[in-house]
Ligand binder design. Structure first.
Ligand code: NDP
Length: 596
């Protein structure tokens, strides 16, 4: 039973609301700036020099927009299905997607490598540690690319600007920023939900005369060091500021604290920092895993993470811990109704967050700093973080936490940053301000898609995303979307969603080719029925309205009908969805699709 009294819990709820209210802003997502115009340089690729090439005007069977895990796993499944003519078009200079861009020091995946890294059995890679660091993940992306011969036909450093359906030729026309105008019988889009960096709309941001960059474009030429964690020796005599304390900043700060002459961390809301407990993977143990192990591990994790039962917890991490606590408390309380589940969630969360806050006191020596680093919200209101060096970094005398008590940085000028009425002179300012999430599809992806009768996808989805399985859109034949939304919507292990979507798309395209179908399209009725089913189930991703604002809860603003559609998942949860979609594609009936 809970150690907390009802009064304790009521006091916590009151404190949470008080802290949320400090942070609610009328401008919501609009508080952020898009990196366009004078800010466009924040998007430049610091990792490769773009080489000149002639525009491409040929035709391929399948073109895939995006060379991250979505493109790679779909490409792999297409190759496995015997479809060789696959072209991945990628804005970055190599495959990797988020792991291509995010090379900031300390970058690491919070989901265990054995389930996060797709196609481990197919490629034979043995992860070196339980939670792999970014360079190994990027290397694994390259490994998938090489293993499945996806490099041969790829167009890298190439940004799609426009996709247009040619109704007469039954082909997609793909235009890019390199002057390409190629054709494809099928297109798929996997541009990722966290793909476009955003900047804080702080007054004076355009005036800073020192050096600045966004964490997803880390400037090692300026800082020294490397993505593997080498000391950033060029910061030794620098005063560096970092704005933001989300999952990215939590991983980068221990490295900055070690390297900077002085480091100022500008905090609006503290992250929750649970124990990391990373360890190397023993190759001898790994060799003992039976063929088919990855599928078993994936389902074991997903089952436990979504409140189900298994004989053992194979992954044993912070994600499965949270959900098993809630599950076990529900059973202990003997109330299996939705209200009983919610009460059990709140009880176990209150305890968990008290543990997290106590951990801050145990680690951080300065009491005022410790107090400011304590998160006052439910753990799943924001992305939970796990780290064993972040809180410790604030014991470094060269590191200063500038807590803004929920208000954020006041202003930026030529020489630095003002927060809480104090001006901080800075040589370098790093924006750890996150990515576009709850905004419109076009704003997030950077291009539009024109389907049958000239209908734009941005218009079709103006009132929210509408698909079958998150993949097929009526009016957009031979086009496929790869994303977790309107499907399993498993946020704790995103690649699992993508592997399943990739397998499904490969089956559909194989079937279309085998049956000489010029077009495959979801019927309007099937799309409507799917949306109705998802809406009736009401299973959405996102923090509750009483959560502190952030991208999990649309910055605390009503998501409206469109926002709800954009965050819907399968009513019976990810485990049921994965079983359902496997049966759907294996049956060969492809119910809801029309091949013609
Ligand atoms: P986030 O959106 O999580 O964080 C942005 C940060 O900027 C927040 O702390 C925000 O404060 C702060 N901020 C914004 N505006 C201001 C302002 N005006 N003044 C001061 N602070 C401000 O971005 P991240 O890049 O950290 O993470 C994005 C996502 O990427 C994660 O949630 C996670 O899904 C993924 N990720 C995963 C990792 C992993 O697997 N380990 C590692 C890194 C990222 P506030 O909270 O108050 O809004």
């Amino acid at each position: 039973m809970s150690q907390l009294t009802e009064e304790d819990r009521a006091a916590l709820r009151e404190k949470y609301l008080e802290e949320r209210d400090k942070r609610l802003r009328a401008d919501g997502n609009e508080q952020y700036l898009e990196p366009t115009g004078q800010f466009a340089h924040y998007l430049d690729d610091p990792y490769v020099a773009v080489e000149e090439r002639e525009p491409v005007t040929d035709e391929v069977t399948v073109a895939f927009v995006g060379g991250g895990f979505a493109g790679l796993v779909t490409g792999a499944r297409l190759k496995q299905a015997g479809i060789d003519d696959v072209r991945i078009i990628e804005k970055g200079g190599d495959f990797g997607g988020t792991w291509y861009w995010n090379r900031y020091p300390g970058a690491q995946c919070d989901t265990a490598a054995l389930i996060y890294l797709p196609l481990l059995e197919e490629t034979g890679h043995i992860p070196t540690e339980k939670y792999t660091h970014a360079p190994e993940i990027l290397e694994h992306c390259r490994r998938i690319g090489s293993h499945f011969d996806l490099y041969d036909n790829a167009l890298l450093s190439t940004e799609v600007t426009d996709l247009e359906w040619d109704d007469v030729a039954c082909r997609w026309i793909i235009r890019t920023n390199r002057g390409d105008e190629m054709r494809a019988k099928f297109v798929a889009i996997g541009t990722g939900p966290l793909h476009r960096p955003k900047l804080p709309g702080i007054p004076g941001i355009d005036t800073f005369a020192g050096h600045s960059f966004h964490t997803s474009r880390w400037d090692y030429d300026y800082t020294g060091g490397d993505p593997a964690g080498g000391l950033m020796d060029r910061l030794a005599d620098k005063r560096v500021g970092i704005i933001g304390t989300g999952a990215t900043s939590v991983q980068a700060i221990p490295h900055l604290a070690r390297a900077c002459g002085e480091l100022f961390v500008f905090q609006r809301t503290p992250s929750s920092i649970d124990i990391r407990n990373n360890h190397p993977i023993d190759p001898a143990w790994f060799a003992s895993l039976e063929p088919g192990w990855q599928e078993e591990w994936l389902m074991n994790f997903t089952t436990l993470q979504t409140g189900g039962f298994t004989d053992e917890d194979l992954v044993m991490d912070g994600w499965t811990d949270i959900s098993q606590r809630i599950r076990d408390r529900t059973i202990e309380n003997g109330d299996l109704t939705p209200e009983g589940f919610l009460a059990a969630y709140h009880e176990s969360d209150d305890e968990k967050m008290n543990e997290i806050r106590s951990r801050v006191d145990e680690i951080v020596k300065d009491q005022a700093t410790a107090a400011a680093l304590k998160p006052w919200y439910r753990q799943l209101c924001k992305r939970p973080c796990f780290h064993d060096e972040y809180l410790q970094a604030f014991n470094n005398p060269a590191t200063t936490l500038v807590d803004t008590d929920g208000r954020g940085v006041e202003s930026i000028d030529e020489t630095g940053v003002t927060a809480g009425g104090t001006h901080y002179d800075l040589d370098c300012l790093i924006y750890a301000s996150g990515f576009e999430v709850g905004t419109t599809y076009q704003r997030r992806s950077g291009f539009d898609v024109t389907g049958v009768d000239g209908v734009k996808l941005s218009d079709r989805w103006a009132d929210g995303m509408r698909t079958l399985h998150g993949i097929h859109v009526h009016g957009f034949p031979n086009a496929f979307v790869v994303s977790p939304t309107q499907a399993a919507n498993l946020i704790s292990n995103v690649p699992h969603n993508l592997v399943e979507a990739g397998a499904t798309i490969a089956k559909v395209i194989r079937h279309a080719i085998d049956n000489d179908a010029a077009e495959v399209e979801v019927t309007a009725a099937a799309e409507d029925a799917w949306i109705e089913k998802l809406q009736a189930g009401g299973r959405t991703f996102g923090g509750a309205p009483d959560c502190t604002p952030g991208y999990y809860n649309n910055e605390g603003q009503d998501r409206g009908p469109a926002g709800l559609l954009n965050s819907l998942g399968y009513p019976d949860g990810p485990v049921a969805y994965f079983a359902y979609i496997k049966e759907w594609r294996e049956s060969g009936a492809f119910e809801g699709l029309e091949f013609r």
